[in-house]
Design a protein around this ligand. Structure first.
Ligand code: SAH
Length: 363
């Protein structure tokens, strides 16, 4: 038998930290303090965690590590959006995007390396599925962003690479840390999980979490959605829509956000808008129209602006709050659906040496 794999402390939420502390002979509140050191203060050197007992610190150093994904490239965009490419311990790369907007700072977080869902208009789909991220690799993106920004982001959207509900446990643990007071303290209404509609997992989510929900709808009927979002063949609209309604039921202030990518000549006509209005009847809804972001190899085109406006006006007249999402960071391929997990050599900028993986145990 080889040596036990050290626990990555970034994988643990508050109850996990408390049990670890107790297992190592310390008190639950030492686990709470440890969580605070790591996430609130960004400290990864156990020596600096002066309110933890010496024996506990020693065991942490011997048996655990704090494995932060390393920022290997940073690409700033003209509009302030920044894309970070992060490298994981096995050399895999993922992307995290920072989108500033006045007082608001949003981090777009990946949940998997690649994606298995094969949506026809999504560039991540082209690279296929590689693996799930661990909770630590998901929250590690927020850890890094918080250090880069000097404070936690105000909003997190699980809209990077991957299908979050296909990596359920890790995503739920990471979202708990985002909203945890002792960690990032982000309001649960400002953490948004975006899903293509994995219905059984969505039903489970309601049992354990109440973050905001965004659903990648993209079509108002099954025939078209089967083509665009193939998971619809498994979980058609008649199952998806009630599951989404049930997710927000009981809280009058909540709405489901429906994402709808505007594809020229495919899903953007007035009759599609009317069908969408019928489909969403009775569900408290907000619609986000996303102008399609083209990528090499795709045959889809973005709908003309007038058609997007007409589509939006039709929904608004039916009383559905509809906004057209601004395209951000498209000059650096950081826009929606462009996170492909690879960077072009010429446009990337090597970061200063010295910034990178923190392995607390080694110090
Ligand atoms: N797997 C999750 C998160 C995906 S990314 C989901 O499906 O919801 C967030 C949004 O970007 C999704 O609505 C996705 O459908 C959309 N998207 C993907 N590719 C796009 C593209 N090329 N242009 C515009 N939006 C795109």
């Amino acid at each position: 038998m080889g040596e036990a794999i050290p626990t990555n402390l970034l994988d643990l939420d508050l109850p996990g930290m408390e049990s670890l502390a107790v297992e190592m002979g310390a008190k639950p509140f030492h686990g709470r303090n440890l969580l605070k050191w790591i996430h609130k203060h960004g400290v990864t050197d156990f020596e600096q965690m002066t309110d933890l007992p010496k024996g506990f610190r020693q065991r942490l150093a011997d048996e655990t590590l704090i494995d932060v994904p390393e920022i290997v490239f940073e690409q700033p965009s003209l509009d302030g959006t920044t894309k970070w490419v992060l490298e994981l311990h096995d050399g895999q790369r993922i992307e995290t995007v920072y989108i500033p907007d006045g007082d608001r700072s949003t981090i777009c977080v990946s949940s998997q390396v690649g994606c298995a869902l094969d949506c026809s208009f999504c560039s991540t789909a082209q690279q296929g599925f590689n693996r799930n991220l661990s909770a630590g690799e998901i929250i590690g993106q927020v850890w890094q962003a918080t250090r880069e920004l000097g404070k936690p982001p105000t909003n997190v959207v699980m809209m990077g690479m991957g299908e979050p509900l296909a990596n359920f446990d890790a995503v739920v643990t990471a979202m708990r840390l985002m909203t945890e007071d002792l960690a990032y303290m982000i309001s649960k209404t400002r953490v948004t999980l975006s899903t293509s509609g994995v219905v059984p997992a969505l039903r489970r989510l309601k049992e354990v979490s109440d973050v905001s929900l965004a659903v990648s709808l993209h079509a108002p009927d099954d025939a078209l959605r089967d083509q665009l979002v193939p998971i619809n063949r498994k979980y058609p609209l008649e199952e998806l829509i009630p599951a989404c309604r049930d997710y927000i039921v009981g809280d009058k202030r909540r709405k489901v956000t429906w994402e709808y990518v505007m594809l020229d000549g495919v899903n953007d006509s007035i009759s599609h808008a009317k069908a969408l209005i019928r489909l969403l009847q009775g569900v408290p809804s907000k619609v986000n129209l996303i102008p399609f972001n083209p990528f090499p190899g795709t045959d889809y085109r973005t709908s003309p602006a007038e058609r997007i406006d007409a589509f939006r006006d039709r929904l608004m007249r039916a009383g559905i709050i509809t906004i057209t999402r601004k395209t951000r960071g498209d000059d650096i391929d950081a826009a929606c659906g462009q996170l492909v997990g690879r960077v072009r050599d010429r446009s990337r900028r090597q970061l200063r040496a010295g910034r990178g993986r923190a392995t607390g145990g080694a110090s």
